[in-house]
Design a protein around this ligand. Sequence first.
Ligand SMILES: Cc1cc2nc3c(=O)[nH]c(=O)nc-3n(C[C@H](O)[C@H](O)[C@H](O)COP(=O)(O)O)c2cc1C
Length: 183
Amino acid sequence: MAVAHRLNKNDAPTHITDDEKIMNENDFIVSKTDTKGFITYGNKIFIEMSGYTKDEIIGANHNLIRHPDMPKAAFWLAWSLIKDKKEFFGFVKNLRKCGGYYWVYAYITADLDTDGNIRGYTSFRRKPSRKAIETIIPIYKLLKDIEEKEGVEASKKALMDYLAQNETTYEEFVVTLQAGEKA
Ligand SMILES: Cc1cc2nc3c(=O)[nH]c(=O)nc-3n(C[C@H](O)[C@H](O)[C@H](O)COP(=O)(O)O)c2cc1C
């Protein structure tokens, strides 16, 4: 019996456009994955924003909607926190099926069973503050440039150095940006 192909980032559109879809003020985008990042659930708004059908998105690798403007360091940080049963907050630019994009303020956390084992992960996203996005765009661009020239280790270090220079932690930086105090 043929096994259905699970979509992943290699199936994503290659024609990337500047067409931005902006989240509604009161919407939540929700998705769940297994322990490897394959999507097991997506709410209606997730399906709408991604542009894929429910059949396409369920079972796909979450990297299907990875935008090429996102630095690897952001996902490295996300996975290192959630695998450690900690919470991740961050601004993420996502790629839609049409080649356009949408920004989110994401929260990701592990789903634990009663013995404390990780059974999968859940993410909730809200509309990000526009000022936060304006702040984060050049930072992500710099991290991407460093990744291309010097590799991901250098970009992780640059991210950590930036936080140290600003005397903040990653979580405090992101949460404050969304709250608008430093933006
Ligand atoms: C619950 C959950 C939600 C995720 N949501 C997104 C997302 O919205 N966009 C995204 O690019 N990556 C998301 N990721 C991270 C992806 O699994 C993946 O690490 C990322 O797209 C980079 O993929 P790559 O390392 O294969 O290039 C999510 C991971 C989990 C566990």
